[in-house]
Design a protein around this ligand. Structure first.
Ligand SMILES: C[S@@+](CC[C@H](N)C(=O)[O-])C[C@H]1O[C@@H](n2cnc3c(N)ncnc32)[C@H](O)[C@@H]1O
Ligand code: SF4
Length: 463
């Protein structure tokens, strides 16, 4: 499989730019319900342990703290200047690690580990070292070159020494928040971060032996123009990250309080945003980056690009990954696990999370058990979002269905997109076209049985 092309078609983007999920899971988290029971979680762990070849694990830990607020932020975070706030939270996280670790068999190796937030680097060197020690005491989690241990870094919160410590703890993938390098934009979003600072952190990550470095940018922020963002992208390309995430700013001030501090009049128009995206895609492809899908770009020799070519690419709560064989076990506030198709989400609020663990209980707020039909549809959505292509006869023989009969309604919903040449379906193949790639969420939505009942308005727009 060669790397597929991406074509920017402004008319199509305007026509199909509706709200929709990013499909880091199917069904999406809005389908989870409170009727879910802890016994469901226990049974999933037990069944997984008893599988002839138990799945390896991908662990996620949510560290919600940040010492300042970025006005655009839509993450689950707690903003505080008090470093001492982390201590009681980490004590509870320790308890959660003990409870969860005891449910999973020792032979289940941790292939992937990710610390996200908020800002994991809010923790002191001693705190983060303790956390990793605790993880290794309760899981089979010895880091190695072959495994992916990653962390989100706010460059404003670390020193070169801190990065060195991360390296000794086994981290080998780093993701740096940058967003924009223009001072006017940075001031408008309350995140002033010099290019020099970002470069220093990046080089400290390389010195610590990083296997891969990602940079996050956001387009659609106040005062951004096509020219200013072009400059940001040029500066960032000059830093030669292995991967780039280019997020679309989702302005939802009724949902995220801090966003009320952004003036809607200062935001670029929808047409300007499209122009920014078009220029960015051209800059990145001219610089040799390959579009993986939904916001993500990587260098041609990156594992994600290779996985896309060899059929090992997956999409889960951590975005695109090469560890699709793992059960996802997530800890900390709001964290979402997927153990053998049994989803569970922790309380989002620190107090409820702490209370549950204080009582010796898992802090699960809601969950969902996948049905056979969900598994089938999740497999279609995986194929479309990772490869843009599905081999119909192979799929039929694997899942024992007649594709066109089974997905009659989905194919009807897809018809306008087929007519607009965003996707094609014949007897053997469903394939997303180069101009459909930016609208892949819409194509996935046709196969989403739950979207009608939960509504798509609560999701962000594709572009
Ligand atoms: C948890 S933060 C990254 C780590 C660290 N806290 C930092 O800011 O550097 C994850 C990323 O989400 C993205 N993000 C946050 N809020 C967003 C929003 N409203 N729209 C689009 N992207 C957003 C940013 O690119 C950010 O770097
Ligand atoms: S972008 Fe990162 S540092 Fe800024 S508020 Fe959000 S989580 Fe915190």
């Amino acid at each position: 499989m060669t790397a597929p092309l991406i074509e920017f078609d402004r008319e199509m983007i305007n026509r199909y730019n509706h709200s929709g999920p990013r499909y880091t899971s199917y069904p999406t988290a809005v389908t989870f319900h409170e009727g879910y029971k802890i016994e469901d979680y226990d049974a999933a762990c037990r069944d997984g342990n008893n599988d002839p070849v138990p799945a390896p694990l991908s662990l996620y830990f949510h560290v919600p703290f940040c010492d300042t607020v970025c006005f655009y932020c839509g993450c689950n975070k707690i903003v505080t200047k008090h470093k001492s706030r982390a201590k009681p939270y980490l004590e509870m996280l320790d308890r959660e690690i003990e409870i969860v670790g005891a449910k999973l068999a020792d032979d289940r190796e941790v292939e992937q580990l990710h610390l996200g937030g908020g800002t994991p680097t809010f923790l002191s060197e001693a705190e983060i070292s303790h956390l990793m020690w605790k993880v290794q005491s309760h899981f089979n989690a010895r880091p190695s070159e072959r495994k992916d241990y990653s962390i989100e870094i706010d460059p404003r919160s670390v020193t070169p020494h801190y990065i060195q410590v991360l390296g000794t703890l086994g981290f080998n993938r780093y993701s740096l928040g940058v967003q924009d390098v223009d001072l006017k934009v940075q001031k408008a979003v309350n995140r002033v971060q010099s290019v020099k600072m970002t470069r220093e952190v990046l080089s400290a990550c390389r010195d610590a032996g990083a296997k891969s470095i990602n940079i996050d940018l956001i387009y659609g922020l106040p005062f951004q123009t096509p020219a200013s963002f072009r400059e940001t992208v040029d500066v960032v390309i000059g830093m030669e990250p292995d991967r780039l995430s280019i997020f679309n700013y989702a302005h939802l001030p009724e949902m995220f309080k801090a966003q009320r501090r952004i003036n809607a009049e200062d935001l670029p128009s929808a047409q300007q945003k499209l122009e920014i995206l078009q220029i960015t895609i051209k800059q990145l492809s001219d610089a040799g980056y390959i579009y993986i899908g939904m916001d993500h770009f990587a260098k041609p020799d990156d594992e994600l690009v290779i996985a896309r070519q060899t059929g090992h690419l997956h999409r889960n709560f951590q975005g695109y990954t090469t560890h699709g064989n793992c059960d996802l076990v997530a800890m900390g506030v709001s964290a979402i696990s997927n153990i053998r198709g049994v989803f569970s989400q922790n309380y989002k609020d620190e107090l409820r999370y702490t209370q549950a663990l204080g009582n010796g209980e898992l802090p699960i707020m809601k969950g969902y058990i996948m049905t056979d039909e969900d598994r089938l549809r999740a497999a279609v959505i995986q194929r479309i979002s990772c490869y843009g292509k599905l081999d119909i006869p192979k799929f039929e023989s694997r899942y024992k269905i007649d594709f066109k009969t089974h997905f009659r309604l989905a194919l009807e919903a897809l018809q306008p997109m087929i007519e607009d040449e965003l996707v094609s379906v014949n007897e053997t193949t469903l394939e997303v076209s180069a101009k459909g790639r930016l609208l892949v969420r819409n194509i996935c939505m046709a196969f989403d049985e739950h979207i009608q009942s939960v509504g798509s308005e609560r999701f962000s727009k594709a572009i």
